[in-house]
Design a protein around this ligand. Structure first.
Ligand SMILES: Cc1cc2nc3c(=O)[nH]c(=O)nc-3n(C[C@H](O)[C@H](O)[C@H](O)COP(=O)(O)O)c2cc1C
Length: 204
């Protein structure tokens, strides 16, 4: 099975309905996230002028303007601090409070882990969005070649929010640029139990 998920040339004449877009967002919202924090916002860019401004902030990549749908996935790096009991709202209130306190404790002294988990979670949200679109017969293209500061300014991002990724969605044009890049060898990627060389990590 071959699923090509990184498309760069889109049909600029294709349009998507708001109900199609909503269906995609509702599926992407089901993505897993660390502690169910759901660190993301999905910013739907449908103003042509803003698309053009984002395109110039993103190395003039054609898909930013050509795709029927452009989503900027924005990560809230401090979502873990934002009343975390609310991430467990299907639990009894006293359980949600305990779990919320655990979240605060988990990240309090570890901003690197907090950022890693936020970005990991947004990566999964992006992939969930892309797979949902693929199932709906659409093409997708992830991007992170953009100027973070310019994008943050254009989208009026609140404090502690940064753009994690763009996802372009639409119909692929038939001539679809370069053939897909090759993949590394199976045995380099799939490791059985542990690496064989001496590890630099000491016994904990
Ligand atoms: C985090 C991330 C950022 C990416 N940024 C871009 C980008 O800015 N522009 C682009 O054309 N492709 C981008 N890609 C797509 C990759 O280049 C692509 O997945 C990879 O080259 C494999 O290509 P293939 O799916 O055609 O085999 C990005 C992919 C990821 C996961």
């Amino acid at each position: 099975m071959d699923v090509k998920i990184a498309i760069r040339t889109f049909d600029p004449g294709h349009q998507m309905s708001s109900s199609e877009q909503r269906a995609l967002f509702e599926l992407a919202m089901l993505a897993p996230s660390a502690w169910n924090i759901q660190h993301w916002c999905f910013v739907l860019i449908d103003e042509p002028t803003l698309r053009q401004q984002l395109q110039s902030a993103a190395a003039n990549q054609a898909q930013v303007c050509d795709a029927a749908m452009l989503v900027v996935i924005v990560v809230d790096l401090m979502a873990w601090q934002d009343n975390p009991a609310r991430y467990f709202d299907t639990s009894p209130a006293e359980v949600a409070d305990v779990l919320g306190a655990k979240v605060l404790d988990f990240y309090a002294d570890n901003p690197t882990l907090a950022r890693d988990d936020a970005m990991r979670s947004c990566g999964l949200a992006a992939q969930t969005l892309m797979l949902a679109a693929t199932v709906m017969g659409l093409a997708t293209g992830p991007m992170d070649m953009f100027d973070e500061q310019k994008v943050a300014h254009l989208l009026n991002l609140p404090q502690n929010h940064v753009p994690a990724m763009f996802v372009a969605i639409g119909h692929a044009r038939e001539e679809n640029g370069l053939p897909r890049a090759g993949r590394l060898a199976y045995d380099e990627i799939v490791i059985n139990n542990r690496f064989s060389a001496q590890s630099p990590y000491p016994t904990p």
